[in-house]
Design a protein around this ligand. Structure first.
Ligand code: FBP
Length: 549
């Protein structure tokens, strides 16, 4: 396979490791835990994995470990660094015992159920060190939640003598990892399950998990692109750029990119919800900035839009909730032929307020709202073109103001959607190091016989040598939420906190970013050079940890 000079150089990059993971390692148990909410329900659902202690990996004595076979699964959307988790797992297993084996289940969780796997050998692993993507074994969104699926897992693990499964995924996949761990303990089949925190969305974080991997690299890629667009806008001075950013429900990506690039406007879905804003109010807010800038001769700018925005407009949220409940496993709806039939069906089933809203939406957006749910029952927000909806509404409002003589500027808009551009980027040094450490950590949790844990590495704003590795019981992060119309135990999603340092910093500066051009041009990710350029974590993390104020 042909490679670029950077690919070759990255293949030789040796990820930095925390001191505790460098030599002999032992597991130290901390205090017992409880779930973040709904303790009684979660405890009843997870009698074997509830209340376990937090774990820390510290330097230990030299220990002889038996060989162990482990299976690994990549679950959900790609995130930079996934390959390094697998490389860390492989190296960690070989460090424990050279006869240990790592199997990769192919195409996501379905690989476990359908018994599709490959043994990951040193030759394969070496091809993927420090690379982006999940192509080493592929990923998928099959939901592991039924006992027949778990039993199929037991069959293949017995056949391959696999003692532990590592699931690299987001909040839903790690929830499933915990359900699987609990089931295997109940069945006493001797298969451990360990999770790893993956998602570019940055919404899998809490008091123990400081960030999910992939967020750092993805945000740096999008911020570079936003910076480039800002420089173009500032040169040509003729376009407003409406830029939608991936991130599912949470606005962490949009906020982080705003902190890195200082655009004229950045919408934050969580704020829209808190302020109970309507779509028209959001449009008015954008229009005000456009009018004000036009009065200063600035008929251009940048607007960042989180992809989940639409779900956070309270009236829209109600509509989406009704649609989710109505469309979950609805074969009658699926059997309908045309878009119009589907539209009529939906209108007939909605509450009067939601029906009115649904009717008022442009047809394209209404159709996007009823498209296939993902396997977790969520509307696929990445396919809803909110940026186009906003351009259409803003243009209408500006034309009206022009007619009234209240706006004299020129409005030309371009739309962008950044998501796939960053999900498989070559991991930044931060993600390369973090992920490799997560992989090594997972091996020691396995060696210590742990199950129902998520591998964790924290203290991430310090130098990698000072990072702290360990494990957190997955039940600790859970609460009860409505999914597909039913209450389910799930890992609590972390949304942007409006009283958190990253949002407060943004809120304190956004007015001046709106009026004048204070664009920052972050440039591409740097892999080689001074540490303050190459190893910097996200602004979100640095603000949260008080490293910057
Ligand atoms: P997960 O990490 O939660 O799986 O999702 C990441 C993500 O990139 C979201 O930001 C986005 O909404 C979604 O995946 C798109 O997924 P797909 O490409 O499968 O439609």
């Amino acid at each position: 396979m042909q490679k670029s000079p950077l690919q070759i150089a990255r293949g030789n990059y040796q990820p930095k490791l925390p001191v505790a993971l460098k030599g002999n390692v032992k597991v130290q148990e901390g205090a017992a835990t409880q779930s973040v909410a709904d303790q009684e329900e979660i405890k009843a659902l997870f009698p074997n994995t509830y209340g376990l202690p937090v774990l820390e990996l510290v330097n230990g004595e030299e220990t002889a470990y038996p060989a162990v076979n482990v299976g690994v699964i990549l679950s959900g959307g790609q995130a930079p660094g996934g390959h390094n988790v697998i490389c860390g797992l492989f190296d960690g297993l070989k460090r424990l015992n050279k006869d240990s084996k790592l199997y990769g289940f192919l195409g996501g969780p379905s690989g476990l159920i359908e018994h599709k796997y490959t043994e990951l050998t040193a030759d394969i692993i070496d091809e993927y060190r420090n690379t982006g993507g999940f192509d080493i074994i592929g990923s998928g969104r099959t939901k592991l939640e039924e006992t027949w699926q778990f039993d199929k897992g037991i069959e293949i693990c017995k056949e391959l003598n696999i003692k532990a499964i590592v699931i690299i995924g987001g909040d839903d996949s790690n929830t499933n990892a915990c359900v699987l761990a609990e089931y295997y303990l109940q069945k006493q089949c001797g298969i451990q399950v360990i999770g790893c925190p993956k998602t570019i969305d940055g919404d899998l974080k809490n008091s123990m998990i400081e960030t999910s991997f992939g967020f750092d690299t993805a945000c740096k890629v999008y911020s570079e692109l936003i910076g480039n667009i800002q420089r173009d806008a500032n040169s040509a001075k003729k376009y407003w750029h409406f830029i939608r950013l991936m991130g599912r429900s949470a606005s962490h990506i949009a906020l982080e990119c705003a902190l890195q690039s200082q655009p004229n406007i950045c919408l934050i879905s969580e704020e829209v919800e808190k302020k109970n804003m309507t779509l028209n109010e959001i449009v008015d807010g954008i229009v005000n900035v456009i009018v004000e800038r036009s009065e200063a001769g600035l008929n251009f700018g940048t607007i960042l839009i989180p992809e989940g925005l639409i779900e956070f407009i309270p009236a829209m949220k109600r509509l989406i909730r009704e649609l989710n409940d109505m469309l979950a496993n609805n074969e009658e709806f699926v059997a309908l032929g045309t878009d119009d039939e589907k539209r009529q069906y939906v209108k007939g089933m909605l509450s009067p307020e939601s029906r009115e809203l649904y009717r008022s939406l442009p047809k394209g957006i209404a159709r996007q709202l009823t498209m296939d749910r993902d396997p977790h029952g969520n509307v696929q927000v990445s396919q809803i073109e909110t940026e186009k909806l906003l351009i259409e509404m803003v243009a209408k409002k500006l034309a009206m103001l022009k007619g009234e003589g209240k706006y004299k500027g020129k409005f030309a808009a371009l739309n962008h959607f950044f998501g796939y551009e960053g999900r498989c980027a070559t991991p930044s040094n931060f993600d390369a190091d973090y992920c490799y450490a997560l992989g090594i950590t997972a091996t020691y949790l396995i060696a210590a016989g742990k199950t129902g844990y998520m591998a964790l590495v924290r203290n991430l704003t310090a130098h990698a040598a000072e990072w702290i590795a360990g494990g957190v019981p997955i039940t600790m992060m859970m609460n009860m939420e409505k999914r597909n119309g039913k209450m389910k135990p799930v890992i609590q999603k972390a949304l942007v906190e409006l009283d958190g340092a990253p949002f407060k910093f943004f809120a304190a500066h956004r007015d001046s970013w709106a009026k004048t051009n204070q664009y920052i041009y972050p440039g591409p990710i740097q892999y080689y050079g001074p540490s303050e350029v190459c190893d910097l974590p996200t602004h979100t993390l640095m603000l949260e940890k008080g490293v910057i104020k």
